[in-house]
Each structure stands twice: as structure tokens, then as C-alpha cells.
Ligand binder design. Structure first.
Ligand code: SF4
Ligand SMILES: [Zn+2]
Length: 128
């Protein structure tokens, strides 16, 4: 990931997925995600790495491009709805940073596509 903020965003997604997966897909907290959550994590990681906004990336919730496929988008929404409030207790620094990121206005849609990484063309049913 190009910047500390993008690395933090990737870490936030990972932590949220673990919170969700531990409570929904396994009786005990584990070190690794279940298969579907691991696949969603990999999908989100690729989207983030190829985000056409580059370092100016808004939060995905504020994005006007929405490069996620509908299924993955709904799955991430579900994870965030569950994990968001729990993050405040268990990972307050990441949670606060994520809340502050969400208040930043989304930059204009990048022209001509990519400012970093690869284009945000969907590889899992996503749309641009
Ligand atoms: S294009 Fe939008 S939805 Fe896709 S990773 Fe970037 S900010 Fe998130
Ligand atoms: Zn899971």
C-alpha cells in the first residue's frame, strides 16, 4: 500500500473481518479467517490496492465509483455494521481514524482512471 493511511485502512478491514468472522463463523476466536471471509478480505485488499483515487482515496462508503461487485459490497456492509461499534471498544484508535476518514469529503472522480496501482476494473463481478 502506497501510504500509511491506505495501510491503516487495510488493517481496519482485516480487524473488522476478524471480529465478524470470530463471532459468526467460529465458536472460538482464531488466528485465521474462514474461507469466505478470507476471500472477501483478499477481494477488498485488491480493490484497495487498485483504487483509482490512489492516496486521495475516500472511504468506500463515500465513494462515487463503487468498484465492488454488489455481492461483495453487501457483504462488507454487513461486516462493517456489525464490527463498527465493536471496534470502538477493542480497537479505539483504528475506529476513531476510520470515523474521521468517513467525514472527509470524497474527492472528484479521477479522470482517465488510475492514479496508482492497477485500474479498478472489476475482477469479481464489480462495476465501475
Ligand atoms: S474505487 Fe471507491 S469503492 Fe473502490 S476501493 Fe476505491 S474508494 Fe473503495
Ligand atoms: Zn468467516
Amino acid at each position: 500500500m502506497a501510504t500509511a493511511r491506505l495501510q491503516r485502512e487495510a488493517r481496519t478491514m482485516e480487524v473488522m473481518l476478524h471480529l465478524y468472522c470470530d463471532d459468526h463463523h467460529a465458536p472460538q476466536p482464531r488466528r485465521s479467517l474462514c474461507e469466505p471471509c478470507a476471500a472477501l478480505h483478499e477481494y477488498a485488499r485488491k480493490r484497495l490496492a487498485g483504487c483509482p483515487y490512489g492516496p486521495d482515496k475516500p472511504t468506500c462508503a463515500n465513494c462515487v465509483i463503487h468498484c465492488y461487485g454488489p455481492r461483495q459490497r453487501e457483504a462488507v456492509r454487513q461486516v462493517m455494521r456489525y464490527a463498527g461499534p465493536r471496534m470502538l471498544l477493542r480497537h479505539p484508535v483504528l475506529a476513531l481514524a476510520h470515523l474521521l476518514d468517513g467525514r472527509r469529503p470524497a474527492p472528484p472522480k479521477p479522470r482517465g482512471g488510475v492514479t496508482s496501482g492497477r485500474p479498478a476494473s472489476p475482477d469479481g463481478g464489480g462495476r465501475v
